[in-house]
Write a protein that binds this ligand. Structure first.
Ligand SMILES: NC(=O)c1ccc[n+]([C@@H]2O[C@H](COP(=O)([O-])OP(=O)(O)OC[C@H]3O[C@@H](n4cnc5c(N)ncnc54)[C@H](O)[C@@H]3O)[C@@H](O)[C@H]2O)c1
Length: 327
């Protein structure tokens, strides 16, 4: 299945022959960046593309400036040139990190996304946002830099840990929640999503990326649950997977919207039941007060207010500025 976007192609398949696809592109030298978990499962595939890949420690901690410096130095020592290509072979951490390197090394070189987690297939590999974290917060350093190509092979999901699968599923629910109630209803009862679901989620996201690449307006809808989700991730020292933190963030944002009279209580109940039934969350929002404190200390929040994403109804997300004192 091929999705043509304005700038690059997204190819989706089950059991893709990656090596053949890459061969057809007639690339100069390629450098693969992956992580230890992905390398453990897919070392043969990876080594068939790059004999000496760069292998990161898995997890959010690798998306930092120190690792960036080490990897860039390694690539320069290995003789990387402007017409070479980086390949992000892994989840969203590898994708964001590799994209950031591609956008900055030698003032920018090509890169290809090969996402291996559900979250990276439906969300982080699409749309050209790259990022590193700082001790002060997530994704505080980053660029907008589009990949040349995104190759999605569904069979990678066979080895993805269950919790990480749920994490990606939450991002799909999020996309449906703010943009398309039919899609939301279509996936909410599913145990496993299929190629068509993934392709549809990508198309919904891609539409927003094309009308608002730099996140000035409608693309912000995709941040639903993220302001609080990021705070939860940081508070847990990144032990809570991204999408799971977003699920709590979604509930918290809906509860604020309910308090402000922007959203009916039944919407909160529907998401709460869904996340409980799927074992995505364990409890209610008993850490609400703690979250408020964290948000007050978030360096990204300017002028003492946040953009609250709320659901006028499921499938129709809206953005409103809310003063922190009103939370
Ligand atoms: N750039 C964007 O637009 C965007 C959007 C959403 C999220 N993100 C970022 O994405 C990151 C989260 O991505 P993620 O959930 O993929 O996290 P991740 O990259 O940490 O992957 C999750 C875990 O799954 C493992 N894994 C990945 N693929 C596997 C496979 N096929 N088999 C076995 N194990 C596998 C990884 O090693 C890791 O331990 C966060 O840093 C978030 O900020 C970016």
């Amino acid at each position: 299945m091929n999705l043509h976007t304005k700038d690059y192609e997204i190819i989706l398949e089950n059991q893709m022959n990656l090596k053949d696809y890459l061969k057809d592109l007639d690339l100069n030298h390629v450098f693969v960046i992956t992580d230890e978990n992905v390398f453990e499962f897919y070392h043969e595939k990876i080594k068939s593309i790059d004999e000496s890949p760069i292998i990161l420690t898995p997890g959010e901690q690798s998306k930092d400036i120190r690792t960036y410096e080490l990897v860039v130095e390694k690539l320069i020592e290995a003789g990387i040139q402007r017409d070479d290509t980086l390949i992000a072979f892994g989840g969203g951490v590898v994708g964001d990190f590799t994209g950031f390197i591609a956008s900055t090394i030698l003032r920018g070189i090509k890169y290809i996304q090969i996402p291996t987690s559900l979250l990276s297939m439906v969300d982080s590999s699409i749309g050209g946002k790259t990022a590193l974290n700082l001790p002060q917060g997530k994704n505080l350093v980053g660029t907008y830099y589009k990949p040349e190509l995104v190759l999605i092979d569904l069979s990678f999901l066979e080895t993805l840990p269950h919790m990480e699968y749920k994490s990606g599923y939450v991002e799909m629910i999020k996309i449906g929640a703010v943009l398309d109630v039919d899609f939301f209803n279509q996936i909410k009862h599913k145990e496993k999503v299929n190629l068509e679901d993934i392709s549809y989620a990508i198309q919904l996201k891609q539409h927003l990326v094309e009308i608002d690449y730099k996140d000035n307006d409608q693309r912000k809808l995709l941040n639903f649950g993220h302001t609080f989700g990021h705070a939860i991730e940081m508070e847990s020292e990144y032990k809570v997977p991204h999408g799971i933190a977003v699920a709590y963030g979604i509930l918290y944002e809906i509860s604020i919207a309910v308090d402000l009279g922007l959203c009916p209580m039944k919407t909160y109940d529907e998401f709460h039941q869904l996340f409980m039934k799927k074992n995505i969350i364990e409890d209610d929002l008993n850490h609400k007060e703690k979250l408020k404190t964290l948000i007050h200390h978030d360096k990204k929040i300017s002028k003492d207010e946040i953009n609250l994403i709320y659901l006028e109804k499921i499938g129709l997300g809206k953005i409103v500025k809310v003063k922190l004192v009103d939370l």
